[in-house]
Design a protein. Structure first.
Lengths: 754, 161
C-alpha cells in the first residue's frame, strides 16, 4: 500500500482496446436492430401531428414507434419532485427541451436509421421557452401545468431568512454569482444493447448492456420503469468510457431499448452521436447564487448567507437534489458563527441536469471562495491572511458547521501554507506589483482556493467478495463500478495486502448484476472508502477463514499461523499449506459488507497563477499548485491521475466551458465544435504536493479523491483572473472568464461598476 | 432507393481487406463494422475529438472524416496493429502504461496513434510541441498531464524541456 503500481488493465487497453457497449460482439446480439431517435428541434412546443408513413416505407426499416405505441407509465425521475413532473418515453403531446425523443426508428443497418428518421414528420405548435431561472421560479409559464409549479425541489425554504444575521458586522458584501451549466462529455457517449424474449429463447429475462457508473441501481431503475421485478433484469456493464457523474444510474433510453427488444422480438442496439449526447445526456452545475458575507474590519467573518436558484432542466433528475450538498457545504473550511443557506431547484426548457464531477460541492466552494475574496478586497487585506484567520483549527475536529456538516479531520491552514510556500506567494505578489506599477499589458493574477468537500455521501456501505481458486488465482467481486479509476489494480492491491498473492493473479469483476447482485457503484468519490475497504476487509476475513482450515490440517493453533505469499504457515517452522490447496476441497470464499456509516471530508488548497492581457481580456493559466488531502493514499499513481483530471475540469470551468442556450431554448453548444472542451494546448502541467490526513471513519483512513481537483481548481483560477484585473477596479467576473467577459468587466469597472 | 456500392481494398494492419461498400461509409465504420476491429472509437461527429485517429500510409488521420472509398488501395494501422500483443507493447503504448497516460481508455487508441505520428515527424519534441501536436485529440480523464509525460518519455525526454 502506498506504492506506485502501474495498472493491470492497461496491456489490454493498449493493444486490443477496451470493450465498450458499442464494441460488444456477442452471439446474443446477432441480428440486432439499430435504434435511431427522432428528437425535438424545439425547446417547448405542443405536438399536433406525427406522421411516420414515409419512414415506415424507407429501406431497412423494421419498426417505427411513437409515444402512443408505448404502454408504460411516464417515468418519475426524481423522488423529490412534484408528482406531475414525469417524462414520457417518447413525447406525445408536449416537448420540453431540444433533443427530447419523439419517435424511435429501428433499422437493419445503422446508416438506414438516419435516412428513415429524416422522413418522420412532426408538426409542432411552439410554446414559450423558459430559460432564465428567475422567470422559471416566477411560475409565469408552467412546464407541467398539472404540477402547478416550476419548483422541483427546495432546501431550507421553509425557514424565514434571519433579518439579524449580519447584526454586529462592520462590513457586509453581497454579490450575485453564476455557476454556469457544464456538459460532462465523457468521451464515450451513451450506449445500450438489449435482448428480451419473454416467451422465446434464453432465460426470459431482459438482458441489458449499458454504459453506466452503477449497474445495480441501473437494473432497479430500469425494472421499475418497465414494471417488472428487478430479478427479471440482467444488467451488464461493459467497459465504460468515462462518466463524471453523467452516467449515474440508468437513463430512460436504456429502458426504451429493452422495451423495443421485447416489442420486436429482436435484439436492439443504441449508441447516440456526440451531437445527440450534447443535448441528451445529463448536464451539470447551473446555479445562480447570491452570496452575502459579513465581518469585522480586522478580517473576522461573522456571518454568511448563500441563496441558490438551481437549474433542474426539463425533467427533474439528480440535479434537482444536488443543491442540498451546496447548502450543506456552504461555509467551506471556515469557522463562521452564523450561516444560512437555502436553495430552490426549478424546471426549465433545457436538458435535464444531474451530477457532474463535484456535484453540488464545487458550487458551494466557488461561492464561499469568491465571497472570501470579495470580503478581503472590501477590507483591504490579503486574501491568504483572511482565509487563514477564519479557518477551522486543526484541534477542533470532529467539527460541526453552522450548516450542519460534521467534518472528520483536517489541517486546512497547513494545506494553504504548503501551496503558498511552494508557489512562492510573496515573490508572486512582488512581481504582480511591479507589473501593475509599469502598467504592463499582461498582468499577473494570483488566485487562492481553500476547500473541504464531502465524499462517500450518497451510500455508505458496499459489498465485496474475495475467493482464492485451486489454481492460485483470485477473484474479487465489487459493487463499485470503475470507468477509468483503475479499480482492477487498486482492489487487487488491497486483496494482495492480506493474501500476499501477486496482483497479476487477482481478477477484479464488477458490473454484472448476476455476479454482483448488490452494490452502489462509483460516484461521489466513494469507491475506495467504501468498496475498497470492503475488499480489504473481505481479504482479511478470508485469511482468518484460511487459518481456521489450515489449523486443522497442520494440527496447529490458528494464533500461531501467518499468511504470506499466498501460504498459511506455522510461524517459525517450515510447515505450511497454500491458500490454493485449501481451496481444493472446499471453496475458499468470503462475502462481506463494509458500512462506513458516514461520509468523509477531504480538503486542500490550490494556488493558481494566471496572466491576463488587459487589452484583449484573454487569461492564460500559467501554473496551478495544489494540495489535495484525501487521507491515506493507496496508489499514488492513480490518486495523482484523479487529481490531474479533476484539476483540468476545474480549470476548464473557470476559463472555457459553458453550455449556452439562446432565449428560445436553442442550444448553442450542441457539438464538440461549439462546446469549449479543453485540449492539451490550453492546459499547463500541474504541480501536486502531498498531504495525507487520515479519516477515523474507516480502517484504511482513506477519503475520496475523485472530485477534489475540480472543486479546488475552478475557484482558484477564477479568483486569479479577477485578481489580475482587480487594480482596475474589477471585483468579480463570472465563469467562464472568457476574453469577452474579462474585457467587459474591465470596461464596466472603468465606468464605476466593479 | 438502392444505394450503389463500390468495391474497395484496404490494407489493415498488414492484411488485405476487401468489401463492397456504400460510397458514404466512413473509414471509421469500415474498420469497426466491416473489418470488425473495435479499438478505433468514435467520440464525436464534428472531427473534434480524435478518438478515431488511425494511421493511413503512416500519417495520423481522423477516420471519421475519411470515406472508406478514399482509403482504397492504401494501408491503415489501427491500435490493434501497433503492438504484436498485450505482453509486447509498442514503445509509445508502453510509455502510456508506465506514465499512467490513460484512464477510461476511450481516447487512448487515437491518442497513441497521434503520438506515434507526432514522434515520427518530431522525434525529440518539447513539452509545448507535444501539447500543440496533440491538440486534435481530446481526453476528459487525464487532464493531459500524464499523456504529455508519456509522449515525452517515449521520446526519451523530460517534462519542462
Amino acid at each position: 500500500m502506498g506504492t506506485r503500481v502501474v495498472r493491470t488493465e492497461d496491456p489490454l487497453f493498449l493493444s486490443r482496446g477496451a470493450t465498450y457497449t458499442d464494441d460488444l460482439i456477442d452471439e446474443r446480439l446477432a441480428g440486432a436492430l439499430h435504434l435511431t431517435l427522432v428528437r425535438s428541434p424545439l425547446a417547448h412546443a405542443r405536438i399536433t401531428a406525427v406522421d411516420v408513413t414515409g419512414a415506415r416505407a424507407a429501406p431497412g426499416v423494421a419498426d417505427v414507434v411513437t409515444g402512443v405505441d408505448i404502454d408504460l407509465a411516464p417515468a418519475k425521475l426524481s423522488a423529490v419532485a412534484p408528482d406531475g413532473m414525469v417524462r414520457p418515453w417518447l413525447a406525445t403531446d408536449t416537448v420540453r427541451f431540444v433533443g427530447e425523443p419523439v419517435a424511435a426508428v429501428l433499422t437493419e443497418e445503422p446508416y438506414q436509421g438516419q435516412d428513415a428518421a429524416d422522413l418522420v414528420e412532426v408538426d409542432y405548435e411552439p410554446l414559450p421557452a423558459v430559460i432564465d431561472l428567475r422567470a422559471a421560479a416566477s411560475d409565469e409559464v408552467l412546464l407541467f401545468p398539472e404540477a402547478g409549479t416550476n419548483t422541483a425541489a427546495g432546501f431550507g425554504l421553509d425557514t424565514e431568512p434571519d433579518e439579524h444575521l449580519f447584526d454586529g458586522c462592520e462590513v457586509v458584501v453581497t454579490r450575485e454569482i453564476v455557476n454556469q451549466r457544464l456538459a460532462a462529455v465523457p468521451l464515450e457517449t451513451r450506449a445500450a444493447a438489449a435482448v428480451w424474449r419473454p416467451d422465446g429463447d434464453g432465460d426470459g429475462r431482459l438482458t441489458l448492456w449499458c454504459s453506466t457508473q452503477n449497474a445495480q441501481s441501473a437494473r432497479t431503475e430500469v425494472a421499475g420503469w418497465l414494471g417488472i421485478d428487478a430479478a427479471q433484469v440482467h444488467l451488464i456493464t461493459p467497459d465504460v468510457g468515462g462518466g463524471f457523474g453523467a452516467k449515474i444510474g440508468a437513463d430512460p433510453e436504456f429502458a426504451l431499448v429493452g422495451w423495443l427488444a421485447r416489442r420486436t422480438g429482436r435484439p436492439v442496439r443504441w449508441s447516440e452521436t456526440r451531437s445527440e449526447s450534447m443535448t441528451g445526456m445529463l448536464q451539470g452545475r447551473g446555479q445562480r447564487q447570491t452570496v452575502t458575507i459579513g465581518g469585522t474590519r480586522d478580517g473576522d467573518v461573522l456571518a454568511y448567507r448563500l441563496d441558490v436558484l438551481a437549474d433542474a432542466g426539463a425533467y427533474p433528475r439528480l440535479g434537482a437534489t444536488l443543491p442540498y450538498f451546496t447548502c450543506l457545504m456552504a461555509p467551506g473550511v471556515y469557522a463562521i458563527g452564523k450561516v444560512e443557506s437555502r436553495a430552490r431547484s426549478v424546471v426549465t426548457t433545457t436538458t435535464s441536469t444531474g451530477a457532474y464531477r463535484g456535484a453540488g460541492r464545487p458550487e458551494a466552494t466557488a461561492a464561499i471562495e469568491r465571497a472570501m475574496d470579495l470580503f478581503a478586497a472590501e477590507i483591504g487585506k490579503d486574501p491568504a491572511e483572511v482565509r487563514r484567520r477564519n479557518m477551522v483549527a486543526p484541534d477542533a475536529f470532529p467539527y460541526t458547521t453552522a450548516s450542519g456538516a460534521t467534518y472528520d479531520s483536517g489541517r486546512y491552514a497547513t494545506a494553504l501554507d504548503t501551496v503558498l510556500e511552494a508557489a512562492g506567494y510573496a515573490d508572486l505578489r512582488v512581481e504582480q506589483a511591479a507589473r501593475r506599477e509599469r502598467g504592463d499589458a499582461v498582468q499577473l493574477g494570483i488566485g487562492l482556493c481553500a476547500y473541504v468537500e464531502i465524499t462517500g455521501g450518497g451510500a455508505f456501505s458496499e459489498d465485496a467478495s474475495v475467493e482464492v481458486h485451486p489454481d492460485g488465482t483470485v477473484t474479487v467481486l465489487t459493487g463499485t463500478s470503475p470507468h477509468g479509476q483503475g479499480h482492477a489494480t487498486a482492489w487487487a492491491m488491497l486483496a494482495a495486502e492480506h493474501l500476499g498473492i501477486d496482483i497479476e493473479k487477482i481478477t477484479v469483476k464488477h458490473g454484472d448484476t448476476d455476479l454482483v447482485p448488490r452494490g452502489s457503484g462509483t460516484m461521489g468519490s466513494r469507491s475506495l472508502q467504501t468498496g475498497g475497504v470492503a475488499v480489504y476487509q473481505a481479504a482479511g476475513e478470508l485469511v482468518e477463514l484460511a487459518k481456521q482450515r489450515a489449523a486443522q490440517r497442520l494440527e496447529a493453533d490458528p494464533a500461531d499461523l501467518v499468511v504470506s505469499a499466498g501460504t498459511v504457515a506455522v510461524q517459525g517452522t517450515g510447515a505450511g499449506v497454500s491458500l490454493a490447496e485449501l481451496a481444493v476441497s472446499e471453496r475458499l470464499r468470503v462475502d462481506t459488507v463494509f458500512d462506513a456509516g458516514k461520509p468523509s471530508f477531504p480538503f486542500g488548497a490550490h494556488v493558481a497563477v494566471v496572466e491576463v492581457d488587459v487589452e484583449s481580456g484573454k487569461a492564460v493559466l500559467d501554473r496551478i499548485v495544489t494540495v489535495d488531502d484525501a487521507g491515506t493514499v493507496l496508489n499514488p499513481l492513480l490518486a495523482q491521475g484523479q487529481r490531474h483530471g479533476g484539476i483540468a475540469q476545474g480549470v476548464s470551468q473557470a476559463l472555457l466551458e459553458e453550455v449556452v442556450y439562446d432565449a428560445d431554448g436553442n442550444p448553442l453548444t450542441a457539438t464538440l465544435a461549439d462546446y469549449a472542451f479543453p485540449s492539451a494546448a490550453e492546459l499547463p502541467s500541474f504541480t501536486l504536493l502531498d498531504m495525507a490526513t487520515p479519516t477515523p471513519y474507516n480502517p484504511l483512513g482513506a477519503k475520496g479523491i475523485g472530485e477534489a481537483g475540480t472543486i479546488g481548481a475552478a475557484p482558484a483560477v477564477q479568483n486569479a483572473v479577477v485578481d489580475a484585473v482587480s487594480q482596475l477596479g474589477v471585483r468579480h467576473i463570472d465563469m467562464p472568464t472568457s476574453p469577452v467577459r474579462v474585457w467587459e468587466a474591465i470596461q464596466a469597472a472603468s465606468k464605476g461598476n466593479p | 432507393m438502392t444505394i450503389d456500392t463500390v468495391k474497395i481494398t484496404i490494407g489493415v494492419n498488414g492484411e488485405s481487406t476487401s468489401a463492397d461498400v456504400e460510397p458514404r461509409l466512413l473509414l471509421a465504420h469500415y474498420l469497426r463494422d466491416v473489418v470488425g476491429l473495435k479499438a478505433t472509437n468514435i467520440g464525436c461527429d464534428t472531427t473534434s475529438c480524435g478518438a478515431c485517429t488511425v494511421l493511413v500510409d503512416g500519417e495520423a488521420v481522423k477516420s471519421c472524416t475519411v470515406l472508406a472509398v478514399q482509403a482504397d488501395q492504401q494501408s491503415v494501422t489501427t491500435m490493434e496493429g501497433l503492438s504484436p500483443d498485450a505482453e509486447h507493447l509498442h514503445p509509445v503504448a508502453a510509455a502510456f502504461r508506465a506514465e499512467h497516460g490513460l484512464q477510461c481508455g476511450f481516447c487512448t487508441p487515437g491518442m497513441v496513434l497521434a503520438a506515434v505520428s507526432l514522434l515520427t515527424e518530431n522525434p525529440a519534441p518539447t513539452e509545448r510541441e507535444v501539447r500543440e501536436g496533440l491538440e486534435g485529440n481530446l481526453c476528459r480523464c487525464t487532464g493531459y498531464h500524464n499523456i504529455v509525460r508519456a509522449v515525452l518519455a517515449a521520446a526519451g525526454r523530460e517534462a519542462g524541456m
